[in-house]
Structure formats: C-alpha cells, structure tokens
Design a protein around this ligand. Sequence first.
Ligand code: PDD
Length: 281
Amino acid sequence: MRFAYVNGRFLPHREASIHVEDRGFQFADAVYEVWSVRKGRLMDSDGHFQRLERSLGELRIPAPRSRAALEHIISELLRRNRVTNGLVYLQVSRGQARRDHAFPKQRITPTIVLTCKRLDHAAAETRAERGITVITTPDQRWARCDIKTVNLLPNVLAKQAAHEAGAVEAWQVDTDGHVTEGSSTNAWIVTKAGKLVTRQADHGILHGITRARIFKCAQELGLEIEERGFTPQEAYDAREAFLTSATSFVTPVIAIDNHIIANGEPGSLALTLRGAYLREA
Ligand code: PDD
C-alpha cells in the first residue's frame, strides 16, 4: 500500500486529502520541493532544505516543522513506501481559511503534505545516453520564478506543448528573446569555444539545486561558466545543449525546435557532468 503524510499523519494514499478551502488549492498559495532518492539517500539534501526555507520566507509562510522533524518524516515515508530509488515531494500551503485573497487575519496552521514514489533510474539513464529533444515556447510566467511555488499553470501548458510536439521539454523564452529555463528543468548550452552558458539566477528562473551543484562540478573540472541568457538561435548553433533537475540530473539535448545540435549525439561535456553529478550529489 502507498502512504502519504498529511498534517501529522501517515495515511493510505487514496484516503489522504486536504480541506476544500485550502489556500494552496484555491490560490496556489503554497510552496513545494522535490528531492531525488538514490540508493536510499536524499540527493543534494541540504540545498533543497535551504531553498524550501527561502521559499517559505519569501511568502511569509511559517515553517511547519523543523528540518530535523522533516528529515525524520521523510525517512519514515520512504520506509513505509519501500522506496530506495525515486523522489520525495513536499508541499506546504499557507493553510485553510474562508476564501479571501489577502492573508487570513487570524493565525492559521500551514498545511503540509508529503508523498514519494519510485522512479526507474535505469530508464532515465537510457534517456540520457540517447539524448532528448526540446521545443521553445514563450515564457508566460510571473515575475518571481525564483520562489518554488505550486503556481505552475504556465509550466504545465509549456510541458504539454512539448509533449504534443513529440519533445520532452519546453525551453521558455522571455520578451527579450532569451531562454529562461525549461518548464521543470534548467537550460544549458556549451558554446563552440567550450564555455558553459546558463541563464543568471535572478527572479526570472528557479535557482536549481542541481544547477548549483553543476557549478561546483564544472569548477572542479576547470570548466568556465557564463551566467547569461542565450537566444534559441545561439542554442541551435551550440556545440552541446543539456538540462538539469533533481529528477533528471544532467540530460543531454540533441535537438531544439527540430534543429539538430552538432552531430545529433549527446555532448561529451554533458555526459562528463552527469557522471560528476552522480558521484557528488
Ligand atoms: N522541478 N526550473 C523549474 C521551473 C523547475 O520546476 C525545476 C525543478 C528546476 C530544476 O531545479 P532542481 O535542480 O532544484 O530540481 C528548474 C522539479 C523537479 C519538479 O517540479 O518536479
């Protein structure tokens, strides 16, 4: 049986529920985090906890549990669900209150939900060995994409557009014509001169924990990174392209908008960084 954790209780998945007037449900007034679980261990655990604290702080939602308590809940959840390879999903909303856009005047208790599921890392490995394709699409999101909120409708529509085009991911393009990031991943290219390029971590993108780890891996490998936006055209002409996220690690991109990148094979730097990431995270 699958279990979820809701507001202090482990419940069978199909019985786990939240209130109809939860502000996460009504206003997307909630934040979330996703950890990859590999061989029973949370990957990049610290980074994801720190970002959770930051997201909560930016929205002035009180932390519902201490980090130690959360770690304990996560390990119990993984044990009950017998997950050693997969992911953990955590969501915290401001809580439940009569529907009114402004924050409730009375103190309310945040809603906390945790779920986990198994993932087939071998299938992801095959995908990385083959490389994936992406499309570009206008970035239709709000001005604080650095906060990991469940306000994901533009991301949902972008991912759906990618799937309908036979691609795996959509790279969103801002009004200046620069790629910000994927619908659920950060976007990277390698220039002909061998420099890694990824969009600067301002309010326009999620500050990916995998992205930050790749900065460390790149530094150790003596690779140079330029933090700036790049256009779809620069990406079509790049030596390599790849994306990063907690669940996909580093995944080579072999075509963008039907333009084949280089020789259409996964790039060697992307594969080197994937190896380094899996050793270190
Ligand atoms: N997505 N950009 C966006 C918009 C994301 O949603 C994510 C993560 C990332 C990569 O961040 P990280 O390396 O910290 O996973 C970038 C998660 C996995 C999700 O929504 O399922």
